[in-house]
Design a protein around this ligand. Sequence first.
Ligand code: FAD
Length: 240
Amino acid sequence: MSTFHNLKVVDKKTLTPESVSVVLDVPESLRKAYNFKPGQFVIVQKDINGQNLKRYYSIYNRPEENQLKLGIKFKGKDGFADYVMHDLQLGDIWQVSEPMNDVPFDLSERPQKILVITIGSGITPFYSYIQYMLHKQPHNKLVLIYGNESPDKTMFNKELQNLEKGHPDQLKIYNVYSKDLSGNYYGRINIEVLQDILQKEGTDFDAVYMIGPDDLKKTAAKVLTTAGIKQDKLHYRVYS
Ligand SMILES: Cc1cc2nc3c(=O)[nH]c(=O)nc-3n(C[C@H](O)[C@H](O)[C@H](O)COP(=O)(O)OP(=O)(O)OC[C@H]3O[C@@H](n4cnc5c(N)ncnc54)[C@H](O)[C@@H]3O)c2cc1C
């Protein structure tokens, strides 16, 4: 059973034309309860137009900030994101569960080489982890394969680019754009894209994390295991 608390929305800003960042304040009395790890998510509950909506959102910020930051992408009309994008007011109160485990990052000091494959709003737990890793795990290296339509529709695009520029030995990003030619690859994250990146980056990954639709999982799992990466290193989540 999850424990819920009332948290106040203290900031909202546009990330892309289809996504927003929402910041929830964590008061002193609840700091322990919301002491999260990268990869965790919360359940948010809210009555909207007479309906009780309950949605899962990963926390995208770094722990120790005394706030929860959520990156919420619009998927369709009348959903939770529709309210967030169009009607949410600063000061609104949300019922928010205490953080729960989702993506099982290894937060130890053991040096690791990590591969992340995701699209769209699947970036949120990875953005949290990347910030954590660059602060706390200086011996880790992470290769991110990130699929979006175009740079302006890519959540945390500038922030990720800046992190890559500041930490080129630890972070390498491959942008795959389906409607723009300015990325590293054009189209979808497919067999050719994955094989090409494995050729450049090697296959000696300690862990591979993927968030995306089932067809991406199947394609990636096939390419990765054929390249010799063991099945037990693959961690997969669906966000729908
Ligand atoms: C562990 C976990 C973590 C998650 N973290 C995040 C996160 O950080 N950010 C985030 O944005 N989401 C995240 N999600 C997904 C989120 O919980 C919602 O399910 C999703 O955002 C849709 O919610 P909604 O209320 O806006 O739309 P809904 O009420 O679910 O749908 C509204 C309309 O959009 C359509 N629709 C819904 N999803 C899709 C889709 N994928 N493609 C096309 N049409 C669709 C529906 O059919 C409906 O017509 C996470 C899910 C899980 C399980």
